[in-house]
Design a protein around this ligand. Sequence first.
Ligand code: ZN
Length: 285
Amino acid sequence: MKILMIGAHQDDMEFQGSGTAMHFCRLGHEVRVLSMANGCGGHHILSPEETSRVRREESRRVGEILGIRYDVCDDVDDCTIVADIPSRRRLTRYIREYSPDLIITHRPNDYHTDHRNTGLLVQDVAYLLTVPHECPDVPAMRFMPVIMYFEDTFRYPPFEADVVVDTDEFLEKKLEVADANASQVYEWLPYTYGQEVPPESDREGRLAFLRGPSVDGMTDGEILAADENSGYVLLYAKTASRHRQKLIERYGEERGRRVRTAEAFMVCEYGAPLTEEKRHLFFPF
Ligand SMILES: [Zn+2]
């Protein structure tokens, strides 16, 4: 199976889909990541050129940790992704060349213009993948991939989880993937949240900052009420707490209640339907 995760930025997939990517890889599926922008906007001190260079190297490292190919649109600056015809055609060609069975991307309602336009581009491209006269230089696909969305918490309309995945066994590796995005998790994002971060020389302190407080013993209510910028364990735990009922339906009462961290995905209606057969094929874990 071929799975394509399309994020607007390098780190979107890491936070919302890397645990599931690890499940896919272990099953022997091929996972590829495409970042629609070059990451140049993700810093407050480094120049845009320097930032995108650093981000490229961090993504290379993420690809190495996950054992996947990580593509970046180097010529598209952050905050400039638009759903225009050239971008649509470029994405049509890219997806056709890879021919994925499953695509996961953002919903087109999101706070960030890049996320919105990435979701919109994938929606725009969906039907065109199979239309031979559109981009005739790359053969049209003969099947429609299943398309799904990463989780978000925007409410109008709300995200509705169709699949919730237990990612507990990959938590440490998922934290390693977050750590690989050092310029974001220790510099840019804390700057935007006004957080103090231990210096680079204090490796232990940094990892403790990244991890944040333990969620052991916390109820779902407490986890959901906690500040979401208090470490990545809590952030990933919020998904499990938000979708507890779905986890119980999927894994049974005992395991479903025990899951601490999860990732959630919603089906896009413009791709192929996620039939029961495909659900078992893609998400047997
Ligand atoms: Zn993003």
